[in-house]
Design a protein around this ligand. Structure first.
Ligand code: CTP
Length: 397
């Protein structure tokens, strides 16, 4: 249930903060990606470096980054958008009170306000504090906000007293987190999504081919975003050197014709995302053996490949959403709009090779989403762009 999920672990300044280190590890073992935000008092209990090195990500403490804590000052917004679950363990009475009143004076509390994900609070404090009227009132309040509470365990407390206030055991926290994540119904729940990705290779002979530098990153990011939105996803992709997306069915192809054959089988999917960089031309003949320099011709006769997106657009069933990509070097919007209409797609994600931070092998992208009377711009990492594009189409706010 937690595999591939994105979790923000909020750690506040209580003695149980050290247990959050083990919790982080268990989330990771379950396949989740975890980012940590700590309140300033939490770093008196556990060093920032512990969480930084274990999470592989800088730990956010204050809203405004500094040298020891780099990043954008809008991190709380980006993180809030990024997460599938925000869990605060341990959560002190002080942070609980801030959350109950919308106070957002550090990264953790500000991200709570920005979070789009469910929020799980694990109140952890001494027994008397936990039973105090204000904590009881604040817990009631955050429950009314729709936040989840995992009640503390009873037992031996750091004060030496016995009472209710211990951070629950890690398996109990994991179980609650899984239960919450399992109950989220994404906008693509029950939908079958086909994503094509990467380049195609059109072989001239066994050692030579026509291709392009597509890395497959954008297509894989689209697949992961669709999966996070609840879809059953399959990726059909050409030769790429990046890791396959976790937990997603993949099918390898080589040529444009292979891709066409594979897509035909899936033509009635609910959503088809054609992010593959399909070769428009293929040699009229593929030689079985390497062409020798001395005897080979100095030109390669080519023929056009099938335009798969246009083929899909012609046969598009009513229930299907068809998304194409357009890669241009000039007249971006005009050319992409032309492709949108000609290929009868519902949406076209247009990007220009001439825009800085966009293009084939880059980790970032800057795109224009074009649809019927719609023109939106998104930029960020390919993962962020994929998520924003699919959210705009399938999860409009
Ligand atoms: N596409 C396709 N089959 C092809 C070529 C392209 O399905 N034989 C799809 C791509 O996957 C993409 C969209 O069509 O979703 C636009 O691809 P692009 O390469 O930008 O445009 P082309 O149609 O190839 O036109 P041109 O090369 O002239 O810009």
């Amino acid at each position: 249930m937690l595999s591939g999920k994105r979790i923000i672990l909020g750690v506040t300044g209580g003695i149980a903060a050290y247990k959050a280190v083990f919790l982080l590890r268990e989330f990771q073992k379950a396949g989740a990606e975890v980012r940590v935000t700590m309140t300033p008092s939490a770093i008196r209990f556990v060093g920032l470096e512990t969480f930084t090195s274990l999470s592989g990500h800088s730990v956010a403490v204050e809203i405004f980054p500094d040298e020891s804590d780099p990043g954008e000052w809008t991190r709380h917004i980006n993180w809030g958008e990024w997460a599938d679950l925000f869990i605060i363990a341990p959560c002190t009475g002080n942070t609980l009170a801030k959350i109950a009143n919308g106070i957002s004076d550090n990264m953790l509390t500000a991200t709570i306000l920005a979070a789009r994900s469910p929020i799980l609070i694990c109140p952890t404090m001494d027994g008397e504090m936990y039973e105090s009227p204000s904590v009881t009132e604040n817990l009631k309040r955050v429950q009314e906000f729709g936040y989840h509470i995992l009640e503390p365990d009873s037992g031996f407390l750091a004060s030496g007293l016995d009472g209710k206030g211990r951070l629950p055991e890690i398996p109990a926290i994991l179980e609650k987190a899984s239960e919450i994540i399992g109950s989220i119904k994404g906008p693509l729940e029950g939908k079958r999504v086909i994503v094509t990705a990467g380049p195609t290779r059109e072989h001239i002979d066994p050692v030579r081919f026509i291709s392009n530098p597509s890395s497959g990153k954008m297509g894989f990011a689209m697949a992961k975003a669709a999966q996070r939105m609840g879809a059953e996803v399959k990726v059909i992709h050409g030769p790429v050197s990046i890791p396959k997306p976790d937990g997603i069915l993949t099918q390898d192809i080589t040529s444009a014709q292979d891709l066409f054959s594979a897509v035909q089988v899936e033509a009635d999917a609910d959503v088809i995302i054609m992010s593959a960089a399909v070769s428009d031309f293929t040699p009229t003949e593929t030689f079985e053996h390497k062409i020798k320099k001395d005897t080979g011709s100095d030109s390669v006769p080519l023929k056009k490949t099938t335009d798969i997106l246009a083929w899909l657009g012609e046969r598009k069933p009513k229930h299907q959403v068809l998304i194409g990509f357009a890669m241009e070097t000039q007249h971006l919007i005009e050319n992409a709009n032309h492709k949108l209409q000609k290929k009868r797609a519902d949406w076209m994600v247009a990007n220009s090779l001439s825009t800085e931070g966009a293009g084939f092998e880059s980790d970032t992208n800057s795109v224009h989403l074009l649809g019927k009377d719609v023109h939106e711009e998104f930029m960020g990492t390919k993962e962020e762009v994929a998520e924003r594009v699919l959210n705009f189409i399938f999860n409009p706010q």
